[in-house]
Design a binder for this molecule. Structure first.
Ligand SMILES: NC(=O)c1ccc[n+]([C@@H]2O[C@H](COP(=O)([O-])OP(=O)(O)OC[C@H]3O[C@@H](n4cnc5c(N)ncnc54)[C@H](OP(=O)(O)O)[C@@H]3O)[C@@H](O)[C@H]2O)c1
Length: 393
């Protein structure tokens, strides 16, 4: 590809502006943002008006634009933009995990048919280069498990509630003030954002495709004082931990639940808005990646790294998928959980093994093993009742 890339940017919010700053603080970098598509023409911008357009085709149909960088917050519209761009044989860089979790197979096919690149390092754990590590470094080592802290907002909130003693609402309010949590934080606190990232990472770690609606996600919305007290008594911290795990020679499970994390675990000290990824492999053993998972500049930097990779024609090869390992996604496996429920609304869950039980006058908990499929089938009722599921890392 030619060296001086002409970029058409979609979105000039947190990450779009972050990318602009990072690009302009790299004077040697041979790329230029020539046009920016935004939604609201009346917002005050930090750049001259001639940069901006509200007509996406000003960018998509411009034959002088080589690369589309998609950084908008509407995943269905992003899917339309990215599909159109790939069909126009433009390379695409995106940070949109939700779009990728829903539509990666279609987009993969389109990039192959049109012989262009679709890169998305910033979509999963912000500035931590996990996708390229999985593609290029772990392609020949057999991964057993990838898990971690993939969502900075919930990690910030959990750090503030468990370590600094704030209430859930106080922690959420500060996370919103600091710009980590959106005004509608459901995606973060219900574990959807972490699930989207886990689905993308699972594709590169194990070559498996999982559908968003098939993957269990339980968030932190029903976390109570009694759960925090239990964690403190046992010297645990609570973290929202997406887990992607090889179950046997043919199956991989993916699930997102909060987990009790012991002091010796590398995730224990991942605080505030930081992310951490633990990889367990057959030959290299345990490895740990740590960094900023969100924010304009860290995420903009990951986007810039993808743009830079385009200059040497980099493309994901989906090596694990193409290695013929024939791994499939499954929910038919057991995990150890702590299930805390209000006595007045107890839902009887079919544990395969029970290790511990406790009841007082208002609530009870059971620690035991249960099938993930059972949790998926009962998830809505569990959350509705005010109960929580916490795993053990
Ligand atoms: N924030 C992070 O730390 C982070 C980290 C990793 C990944 N991401 C992902 O990066 C993407 C952008 O996130 P963000 O935090 O930068 O969002 P944001 O601050 O809410 O900004 C969104 C931008 O998209 C523009 N936009 C929305 N709909 C549009 C449309 N139909 N056409 C053109 N522009 C449109 C908005 O335009 P207006 O300015 O006119 O409103 C705004 O500039 C999302 O996919 C997000 O999941 C974010």
């Amino acid at each position: 590809m030619k060296n001086n890339l002409r970029i058409g940017l979609f979105g000039f919010g947190c990450v779009g502006q972050g990318l602009y700053d990072v690009l302009h603080q790299n004077p040697g970098f041979k790329a230029e943002i020539v046009k920016i598509a935004i939604k609201d023409p009346n917002k005050t911008r930090t750049l001259p008006a001639e940069y901006f357009t509200v007509n996406k085709f000003d960018i998509l149909d411009d034959i002088n634009i080589d690369v589309i960088v998609e950084l908008i917050d509407d995943y269905e519209e992003a899917f339309q933009i990215v599909q159109y761009a790939l069909k126009q044989k433009k390379h695409v860089v995106t940070a949109n995990k939700r779009m990728l979790a829903y539509y990666l197979p279609q987009l993969q096919k389109l990039q192959q048919e049109n012989n262009v690149s679709l890169l998305y390092e910033a979509s999963s754990c912000g500035s931590i280069p996990i996708i390229r590590q999985l593609e290029e470094y772990y392609d020949n080592d057999r991964l057993k498990e990838v898990r971690g802290i993939f969502n900075g907002t919930t990690n910030y909130m959990l750090t503030q509630t468990i370590e600094a003693g704030l209430s859930y609402q106080e922690a959420l309010q500060i996370a919103q003030q600091k710009g980590f949590a959106e005004s509608d934080p459901a995606n973060d606190v219900e574990g959807f954002d972490a699930k989207f990232k886990a689905i993308i990472i699972a594709q590169h770690a194990f070559g498996i495709t999982a559908k968003v609606q098939e993957v269990l996600n339980i968030g932190i919305t029903t976390l109570s004082e009694s759960d925090i007290r239990y964690a403190q008594e046992k010297n645990y911290r609570i973290k929202l931990v997406p887990t992607i795990q090889l179950i046997n020679d043919t199956e991989v499970s993916i699930y997102v639940v909060p987990k009790f994390v012991e002091k010796s675990n590398p995730l224990y000290n991942v605080a505030d808005e930081f992310n951490g990824i633990v990889l367990e492999t057959q030959f290299s053993g345990l490895q740990f990646l740590f960094g900023k998972g969100a924010g304009g500049h860290p995420t903009g930097s990951a986007v810039l790294s993808d743009i830079s990779a385009l200059q040497y024609d980099y493309r994901y090869e989906y090596k694990k998928q193409n290695q013929g390992n024939n791994l499939n996604f499954t929910n038919h496996c057991s995990i150890k959980i702590y299930y805390r429920f209000p006595l007045s609304k107890e839902i009887k869950l079919p544990f395969s093994k029970i290790e511990e039980q406790y009841r007082n006058t208002t609530y009870g908990f059971i620690i035991g093993e249960i099938n993930i499929e059972t949790l998926i089938n009962n998830k809505a009722e569990i959350i509705e009742s005010g109960a929580i599921i916490i795993g053990f890392d």
